[in-house]
Ligand binder design. Sequence first.
Ligand code: ATP
Length: 235
Amino acid sequence: MLELKNVQTFYGNIQVLKDVNIDIREGEIITLIGANGAGKSTTLLSVSGIVPPRSGDIIFDGKSVTGKAPHDIVAMGISQVPEGRRIFPYLTVMENLDMGAFLRKDKRAVKKDMGHIFDLFPILAQRRHQAGGTLSGGEQQMLAISRALMARPRLLLLDEPSLGLAPIVTRRIFDIIKKVNLEDNTTIFLVEQNANFALKVAHRGYVMENGRIVLSDTGLNLLANENVKKAYLGG
Ligand code: ATP
């Protein structure tokens, strides 16, 4: 469904991604783990068109998205949940969700999808008229994921959903990620520093070091890998 082929991405003349190759099949949860500054966020920003690669190619559903504008990439079926959530703090929960459906013309279906979101996240239904900025960190993460889902993506890009959240809240968020993957058949590309959580939900994972993919395997095999344990799992 998504293929990154020899992707090289730069900020000015600093090269961050070096020959990155990643392959994601429809229906999978794929995680990219790695240390701070390894280039994980840049990988997602390259896919969503915010920081386009300088060379290489990114293919989605057989079509190249390289060099396309971010809104065109959203329209093709890829939505991103940015690191740090970045919901609209002064808009209500419902208005935030409406913003996620900005490009859609099927307004009746949008309404139905909002109902589906409220089934998935009953707390957001309770808080529907509350300003986004007044929600807790976990609720804001749920809102950020929901806002991205309102575009009806086939591929959801998630940048560090666990950032700043207590373990119990992180567990809830990961349960919801699994549910979205299973029930809505949404393919998920998850970037995480919390490798332990991420490898447990992912079908397969990639390990990035200094802008390069150094290892890839099933989530379970990576959890058992001695090098991964030492570097990313605290033991
Ligand atoms: P983190 O978990 O801290 O977000 P990451 O693996 O996602 O780390 P990136 O955010 O992709 O890493 O950053 C990769 C490298 O690119 C880092 O060295 C970072 O300092 C640099 N970088 C990121 N954004 C920019 C930018 N806008 N301009 C210049 N350099 C940047």
